[in-house]
Write a protein that binds this ligand. Structure first.
Ligand code: ASP
Ligand code: MG
Length: 408
């Protein structure tokens, strides 16, 4: 007997029929003798609908009240799923985040989980009841309802699995696992049977939207065994997200190609090349709450240098505004910028022990005449900024160059 936490996303509970299908799947696991905790999202589109409603009343909805509104989507699905479970003959009980006592900080709309009281759930499980918990929501120490940020139900699932020391946390979604890249761009993309947490984090934060990044961090930290599966297929082992030391010796050097079109690039020209200049530029950007991703500073000439960096596209205009006085103050020659760029990344833990990955990537892009505008690397990834119009071509040729269509 195992204790399994299953999380179902919005499309998996998007209609009464789909909720019935979830109930049948839960019944199968329960019937095999497992204890099952189910975490659900709101029905697909529901959270967006609630946010839009709030915005009709306030341009910038009050964060506390917004959480009161948007947490209701999940309250609907837990009740409906508990009913469907009873209809298939199981004992079931639903809980909101505050009923469980999923305690968070008070950062409304992006709260972090501080602790979970697992007593109630444990008692239910011990008497054979299936527990259904609302994802995405919690309660702060003063009893205010909070939410965990978009996609936060994944984090609820992982956090519950950690608190209950579950044997596995299964994330059911509308894809059947994590792929070597987006199959819409590369039809030969392959489902990975396993991937390490570190690789998954890179892929999640680089724009492959299967799991909320925070949930992957959480699972890595608390050693939760995590699996991504399709809720629309009865068979299939999905993708297991695991620890590097647990992986087989035989493994691919590269796991996947990620890409993101969410970036913008800013270059400040003719910056005086002297100590403190990076701080004078990026300090104000950080103070404006903008995360900087890649940074490149060129070799100086005649006491001047060019300084480039990328930010999220949503922060592009704000960053340009922030820099206006800075440019004047440091007497830089000017600024060139653009948001028609894309970042393509080659990810794999095998890079640690294999040389030549970067040169293969650069050669591959050169052969297609794709100009590389910026490069950054870590131990397990190489990221390259290119003109947005070459995104798909770059992903395709890199996927091919690293033979990702072939099973390991
Ligand atoms: N319903 C929330 C959202 O749409 C949480 C989730 O689905 O994970 O972001
Ligand atoms: Mg999701």
């Amino acid at each position: 007997m195992a204790l399994i936490v299953q999380k179902y996303g919005g499309t998996s509970v998007g209609s009464p029929e789909r909720i019935q299908n979830v109930a049948k799947r839960v019944a199968r696991w329960h019937g095999q003798g497992h204890q099952v905790v189910v975490v659900v999202s709101a029905m697909s589109g529901e959270t967006n609908r609630l946010i839009a409603l709030a915005k009709q009343l306030q341009d910038q909805p009050d964060p506390r009240e917004l959480d009161v509104v948007i947490s209701t989507g999940e309250q609907v699905t837990i009740g409906l799923l508990a009913m469907a479970l009873k209809e298939v003959g199981l004992k079931a009980r639903s809980y909101t985040g505050s009923q469980v006592r999923i305690v968070t900080d008070s950062a409304f709309t992006k709260a972090r989980i501080l602790k979970i009281d697992e007593q109630l759930l444990r008692a239910d499980l011990d008497e054979g009841t299936v527990v259904v918990v609302a994802g995405f929501q919690g309660v702060d120490e003063s009893g205010n309802i909070t939410t965990l940020g978009r996609g936060g139900s994944d984090t609820t699932g992982v956090a519950l699995a950690a608190a209950l020391k579950a044997d596995e946390c299964q994330i059911y979604t509308d894809v059947d696992g994590v792929y070597t890249t987006d199959p819409r761009i590369v039809p030969e993309a392959r489902r990975l049977s396993s991937i390490t947490f570190e690789e998954m984090l890179e892929l999640a934060s680089l724009g492959s939207k299967v799991l909320q990044t925070r949930s992957v961090e959480f699972a890595g930290k608390y050693k939760v065994r995590l699996r991504v599966l399709s809720s629309f297929e009865d068979e299939g082992e999905g993708t297991l997200i695991t620890f590097e030391e647990d992986r087989k010796m035989e493994q691919a050097i590269i796991s996947g190609i990620a890409f993101s079109r969410d970036e913008a690039k800013i270059t400040i020209l003719g910056v005086p090349d002297r100590p403190g200049i990076a701080y004078q530029i990026l300090g104000p950007v950080g103070d404006a709450n903008v995360d900087v991703d890649m940074i490149v500073q060129n070799v100086g000439h005649d006491g001047l240098t060019d300084f480039s960096f990328t930010v999220h596209r949503n922060d592009y205009q704000k960053t340009l505004k922030t820099l206006e006085p800075v440019i004047k103050h440091i007497q830089a020659r000017g600024i060139v910028s653009g948001d028609k760029i894309a970042k393509v990344s080659v990810v794999g833990v095998g890079m640690r022990s294999h040389a030549g990955i970067a040169s293969t990537a650069f050669r591959t892009l050169a052969e297609e005449g794709i100009n590389i505008e910026m490069i950054s690397t870590s131990e397990i990834k190489i990221s390259i900024v290119i003109d947005e119009k070459y995104t798909e071509l770059a992903v395709r040729v890199l996927h091919k160059a690293f033979h990702l269509e072939q099973p390991v």
